[in-house]
Ligand binder design. Structure first.
Ligand code: AMP
Length: 144
């Protein structure tokens, strides 16, 4: 059986992120894989310069993300030093962290959009095209 030793799961904390987490948790359990968690805080749009208070807001977003990730980590038994909160473009940060920690599988959600929104590019698409390792996309069922 093929085994992944280190899985990185990227969570955006949205309502349906539970589907991605559940699948990652089950796969990690089945394969005895090391599991790491990642949330990315996108930099606030500053049009080339920081607006007053932007650094403070970003800091608060990072702190809140750390709290949420810690909660998730506790639930999944993932240690503090396997929980990553990064600031930057999500699509780049997911693959960068995967390389940095030597993950051999990235798990992200995918809305399976078509047409224009697909052309504009989803996170899952970008990760699939940029990652050096395998990527599992979990199909998310949108509530429309
Ligand atoms: P999206 O393209 O925004 O619909 O996101 C698809 C998937 O990318 C999500 O289900 C997550 O797995 C991942 N993702 C999106 N945004 C973030 C984020 N800020 N931090 C970590 N993962 C994210």
């Amino acid at each position: 059986m093929v085994k992944y030793t280190h899985i990185l799961v990227a969570s955006d904390f949205t309502d349906n992120s539970g589907m991605v987490i559940k699948k990652a948790e089950e796969l990690a359990k089945q394969m005895g894989s090391h599991l790491s968690l990642l949330h990315v805080v996108e930099p606030l749009p500053g049009y080339g310069y920081a607006f007053v208070g932007s650094a403070e807001i970003e800091l608060q977003l990072v702190e809140e993300a750390k709290r949420q990730l810690a909660k998730l980590g506790k639930q999944l038994n993932v240690k503090d030093n396997d929980q990553y909160v990064e600031v930057g473009p999500t699509k780049i940060e997911i693959t960068r962290v995967a390389e940095e920690i030597g993950a051999d599988l990235i798990i992200v959600g995918s809305h399976g959009r078509h047409g224009l929104s697909n052309l504009l590019g989803s996170t899952a698409n970008a990760v699939i095209h940029n990652a050096d390792c395998d990527v599992l996309t979990v199909r998310l069922k949108d509530k429309i």
